[in-house]
Design a protein around this ligand. Structure first.
Ligand code: NAP
Length: 336
């Protein structure tokens, strides 16, 4: 893939700007066979998609990374392991955050992934009334000093809390948030703050679970029972809150028109648009390992750039949607 597919997220860490999302192996997205899933990870890596997004609670995702790294070492040698970037998350139950709780959680991820140090640890917090998230982050920063974590990051934090954390002198590399043509909340407050504080955005939901594709163009509104993955169901709710299925069809039609101009797919346009937004380092695209893959199609994202006319065409539809900042709130508020 071209050099433009890479991004230097920190001076010592380079990523692929399309990350492989592993929520899709956690159940609720169709059965996954561990052996073919790990084998499929080589197809992504060999095509240049070297960066993985996972979490402690994504079923076997951390174990798959461990198995992949072991098999990778056998095939290519340990000296090539730095080619792989694996970004996990820690999503603790709310409550008091002692050093022991934090240390044990990180030790578990290290052991499952079979590494001495986590490349990037993304921390999630459910309830801002409980300010223990600051204690957790202080302990994580200590573990970082001790070499267990290379970089600290967040997921689903809102702009206000990001400001508080930055004010406590905790260096955050990235915040992972929902960001798509349908959910543009990060543009209102988050992206500006991130740009001013050298924090990157990693985005999810950019393809709306696969709804942002030719497969759904011209289709009547799917019944709940037709939405076969947890991801499709999650983002159908978002489409409904945003403006509904018929406005979504108008968006798909405009995206198809733009895609024709570049001879690419609707998904390519959806990813490219978010990659071109301020503060965005990478888009995470869910991968149903061993079930379906779009590797060849997604490489095309790095072969074109959108122009002003394309944005005008999209805006003509997007301007008629509801303001999700008003309906839901800032980034991650849907989880709180
Ligand atoms: N921090 C959080 O709270 C959070 C929440 C959700 C997700 N995430 C992260 O983000 C990742 C992405 O998950 P998501 O739920 O947001 O899903 P998504 O990336 O919006 O959608 C993934 C689905 O899009 C389809 N797809 C991919 N490339 C395509 C292409 N070129 N053309 C057509 N369809 C294509 C595939 O569907 P098929 O498999 O059906 O072909 C794939 O399963 C997760 O794995 C996870 O790592 C994080």
């Amino acid at each position: 893939m071209p050099a433009s597919s890479r991004f230097q997220i920190t001076p010592d860490l380079e990523i692929c700007r399309i990350l492989n999302g592993m929520w899709q192996v956690s159940g609720g997205h169709g059965p996954i066979d561990p052996r073919s899933a790990v084998e499929e990870m080589f197809s992504y890596h060999d095509a240049g998609f070297t960066t993985w997004d996972l979490a402690d609670h994504y079923g076997p995702a951390e174990d798959f990374v461990g198995a992949f790294c072991r098999e990778f070492t056998t095939r290519y040698g340990a000296e090539r392991l730095p080619e792989i970037q694996a970004f996990t998350k820690w999503v603790p139950h709310p409550g008091r955050m002692t050093r022991r709780i934090v240390e044990d959680a990180i030790a578990l991820s290290l052991s499952r992934m079979g590494v001495d140090r986590l490349d990037l640890l993304q921390f999630h917090w459910w309830d801002y009334v409980d300010r223990s998230y600051l204690d957790a982050l202080r302990h994580l920063a200590d573990l970082q000093q001790e070499g267990k974590i290379r970089h600290l990051a967040l997921t689903n934090f809102d702009t206000e809390r990001l400001r508080i954390i930055a004010g406590h002198g905790i260096r955050i590399v990235s915040n992972q948030v929902q960001y798509s043509l349908v959910d543009r909340r990060p543009e209102i407050r988050m992206a500006g703050f991130c740009r001013d504080h050298a924090i990157s955005l990693l985005t999810y939901g950019t393809l709306l679970g696969g709804s942002l594709s030719e497969k759904y163009l011209g289709r009547s509104e799917p019944a709940r029972s037709e939405l076969v993955t947890a991801s499709l169901r999650k983002y159908k709710n978002m489409i409904d809150a945003w403006g509904g299925w018929s406005l979504f069809q108008e968006l798909l039609a405009v995206l198809r028109q733009i895609a024709d101009k570049y001879r690419v797919s609707i998904a390519n346009i959806g990813i490219r648009h978010i990659l071109e937004r301020p503060a965005v380092a990478g888009v995470i695209v869910g991968a149903r390992l061993g079930v379906s893959q779009h590797i060849a199609d997604n490489t095309r994202v790095f072969g074109f750039a959108l122009d002003g006319n394309d944005l005008t065409l999209m805006e003509a539809v997007l301007s008629r949607s509801r303001d999700l900042m008003q309906v839901i709130g800032d980034c991650g508020d849907e989880y709180r």
